[in-house]
Write a protein that binds this ligand. Structure first.
Ligand code: DGJ
Length: 741
């Protein structure tokens, strides 16, 4: 059993084949974290791991002669004010103005499996045997505030899912000003902090920095997890840890709103990492009988390098966070009209694009922004979710049927959380847009954000969308979100609950997603936010794929997709081949490279096929056929392994290997070509060392073949011929290796 409890010593040991997470009840009845890391033998008593020594300025929080001090104790869910001078996980404002609390142990329970989190996305199990959950009940006796710390240990993964729940039972109300999902203590500070940071068109770049004494961390305050700037994920790795070896601890938050990931190192080298809803602009009031559940944090430990950590996240998020019909299904190859037409389209033009797509073997036609209300540019129409019949005389119902007659499925774009000031919706309900009465409303892309903390707003949007979905043949929805939040305030909430607004907004978004995905379970949802500004595990629970970035330049995409795979499975990454010169970077990359990079994702096109030359269309047909052949391996069945980082090299590489290791696909990419360069060997990973493999790849229409055992391919590598790279375009060339054994 993954959860071992030693009642006599009050010790909890969460363990499986790979990890141990140990904490105990201290003499002051609070919880102390003793160890987190590689699995260790169980013992009745681990209290010797508690470190205690009289030090100057140490405040002792129990009667003498005990030396128990929170100052130097590694706490499970620390609070401020009783001798711990580091950042707390929880802050509770009481009616008398005090924030001092003392959450002490009451009881615990263990159960097989895992329970859902009310109204929140979370990992889940299908069989109770997949995980075991420990819930420790604590309370602050003076205020009557109850706290449940929940820990789920997955049987076959080095992963622990945590959250905290609060319930007020005392007669006075309290306000939660900070309530983190998880706080973890590490024994030393010899770590590097890994984060996925960036901006629009360069989302989720890998950044690494050495820990130092004091604060370090990331925060997202845009209202959309971290927006394009920060992803709700951090990892602590040892300096010597590589993609393939060494220790790393990943922490990922299953949440799409404002978040904080904070690592604080004390001057005694103690490292405390915590993850949860950002306390900025957050204050949640609990009247008697009310409760609050934090989002879920997922902790992954790996001693097999960064790839080991990613493998665990991919398995967990791909199979036990994503839900619904599409979770285990290869994704349809699509053509999206956005970069092909922007707002400038007619029904005839769309139908012509769909016919061309059908001819190339594409399966789904997606109509992007511009089909509704008075939407001829980005100044008007958001909120008016009815078809613009001047552009599309057949309406969405008619167009969707015509597309299906062509032999394609039909998908549609929405931006359901937004409203343009120039829209019927805003004219009818100006107070539905988020604003502070009497203050200027900041705008972005000429739009405001609807107040999803108000159930009547969510209900209205649901009815509008459900009507279109019921009347049309829609197989796919792209749910976009193109601006960050400002003036966080809800006219629907009283003054003492305004600190709840940002979290209530996200709960409103989740509730709409839940209603739509329940009512229309066949529809494939793709989330999007100005490209990849909302690529978080919370969204993945509702929409099993997300648009990775508006930057579709193949070379930039290598970086964006490489960084994204630190946490997210390949099947979640929306990836399209677009036209050249690239619309974001104005760079020209070879069509084959664009196809090869996009293959490691959901795969689709975002251009006008009718404008391509016959020889290019032949390449497109080959790419579509290739993707149909390999998408189950790439997206569903295979294990993805990063091989060469574009953040460290002129080259990049990765591989997807089947479970039986008899089939694999490797991508080798180079940014700039080299003249008279040194020898290149592309080292693979994940293969069977004893199996003889045939490696084949195509260069200018000619197939080349190479044979070697798995051990040689992994220890020596595939000799990459520079002439092949030059023949495939030189700069930004890619070679796609099909490996069979
Ligand atoms: C931003 C998205 O990232 C694009 O793909 C496109 O859908 C536009 N919005 C449409 O406005």
């Amino acid at each position: 059993m993954p959860i071992i409890i030693h009642e006599k010593t009050g010790t909890f040991h969460l363990t499986n084949d790979s990890v141990s997470y140990i904490f105990r009840i201290m003499e002051n009845e609070q919880l102390e974290n003793l160890y987190y890391g590689k699995k260790i033998h169980d013992r009745e008593d681990f209290s010797h791991l508690h470190e205690e020594e009289m030090r100057p300025q140490m405040s002792i929080s129990v009667p003498e002669p005990s030396l128990l001090s929170m100052h130097y104790t590694r706490q499970e869910y620390p609070s401020y004010g009783t001798g711990d001078y580091r950042s707390p996980a929880v802050s509770v404002l009481q009616e008398n103005g005090s924030r001092v609390v003392n959450f002490t142990y009451d009881s615990h329970e263990v159960f097989a499996g895992k329970k859902p989190l009310p109204g929140l996305p979370a990992t889940y199990v299908e069989e109770d045997s997949e995980a075991e959950t420990l819930e420790v009940h604590l309370s602050d006796k003076l205020t009557g505030t109850e706290l449940v710390l929940s820990y789920t240990v997955f049987a076959d993964l080095p992963a622990i899912a945590r959250h905290a729940r609060f319930r007020q039972t005392g007669s006075e109300s309290v306000v939660l000003e900070k309530a983190m999902s998880a706080s973890v203590e590490f024994l030393d500070m010899n770590y590097e902090l890994v984060q996925l940071s960036g901006a629009w068109a360069r989302e989720r770049y890998v950044h690494v920095r050495k820990l130092d004494m004091g604060f370090q961390g990331i925060q997202g305050l845009a209202g959309t997890a971290g927006g394009a700037e920060q992803n709700p994920f951090i990892a602590l790795k040892r300096p010597e840890t590589t993609e393939f070896s060494g220790e790393v601890y990943g922490m990922s938050l299953v949440y799409s709103g404002n978040f904080l990931a904070n690592v604080e190192v004390s001057t005694f080298d103690m490292t405390r990492a915590m993850l949860g809803v950002s306390p900025e602009n957050f204050a949640w009031k609990l009247e008697t009988g009310e409760s609050f559940t934090t989002p879920e944090a997922v902790l992954v430990y790996s001693d097999a390098g960064l790839n080991g950590m990613s493998r665990a996240f991919h398995r967990l998020y791909g199979r036990r966070l994503a839900r619904g019909k599409w979770r285990d299904e290869p994704r349809p190859i699509l053509l999206n009209n956005w970069e092909g037409t922007y707002f400038d389209f007619t029904e005839e033009k769309l139908l012509a694009m769909a016919r061309e797509a059908k001819e190339a073997g594409i399966e789904l036609f997606v109509l992007d922004d511009g089909w509704f209300g008075a939407r001829n540019d980005d100044w008007a129409g958001l909120g008016d979710w009815y078809c613009n019949l001047e552009k599309i005389p057949s309406g969405i119902g008619g167009l969707s049927r015509k597309i299906e007659e062509i032999g394609l499925k039909f998908g549609l774009w929405f931006e359901l959380e937004m409203v343009n000031p120039d829209s019927d919706l805003f004219r009818a309900h100006p107070d539905w847009a988020i604003h502070v009465p009497g203050r200027f409303r900041s705008h972005a892309r000429h739009q405001y954000v609807l107040d999803y903390s108000r159930p009547e707003v969510v209900d209205y949007i649901y009815e509008m969308v459900a009507k279109i979905l019921a009347e049309s043949k829609i197989s796919y929805i792209k749910w976009d979100m193109n601006r960050y939040m400002t003036e966080p305030y809800s006219v629907g909430l009283p003054a003492d609950r305004q600190g709840e607004m940002m979290h209530r907004y996200i709960l409103g978004v989740y509730s709409l997603y839940e209603r739509l995905t329940t009512a229309f379970p066949e529809i494939l949802f793709e989330s999007c936010a100005s490209g990849g500004a909302r690529f978080d595990p919370g969204m993945l629970y509702y929409a099993p794929q997300a648009w990775c970035s508006d930057d579709t330049d193949a070379s930039e995409r290598v970086k964006i997709q490489y960084g994204t795979t630190f946490v997210y499975p390949v099947v979640m990454m929306g990836s399209h081949v677009s036209a050249v010169p690239n619309h974001q970077l104005f760079r020209t990359t070879p069509l084959k490279t664009r196809g090869a990079v996009a293959s490691f994702g959901t795969f689709g096109y975002e251009l006008v096929l009718g404008k391509m030359k016959p020889e290019e269309l032949a390449v497109v047909k080959d790419q579509v056929a290739f993707m149909k052949k390999y998408r189950r391996l790439i997206q569903i069945d295979g294990t993805f392994i990063r091989l060469l980082s574009p953040f460290e090299h002129n080259e990049a590489g990765w591989i997807v290997v089947s479970e039986d290791k008899r089939e694999a696909l490797g991508l080798y990419f180079q940014r700039l070509n080299k003249v008279n360069g040194s020898w290149v060997r592309f080292k693979l990973a994940g293969l069977d060392p004893d199996r003889l493999y045939t490696v084949s790849w195509e260069v200018c229409g000619e197939r080349k073949v190479y044979e070697a055992y798995g051990d040689e391919l992994m220890s020596v590598g595939i000799p990459v011929n520079r002439a092949d790279l030059s023949a495939e375009g030189g700069d930004f060339a890619a070679l796609l290796y099909e490996i069979k054994g």
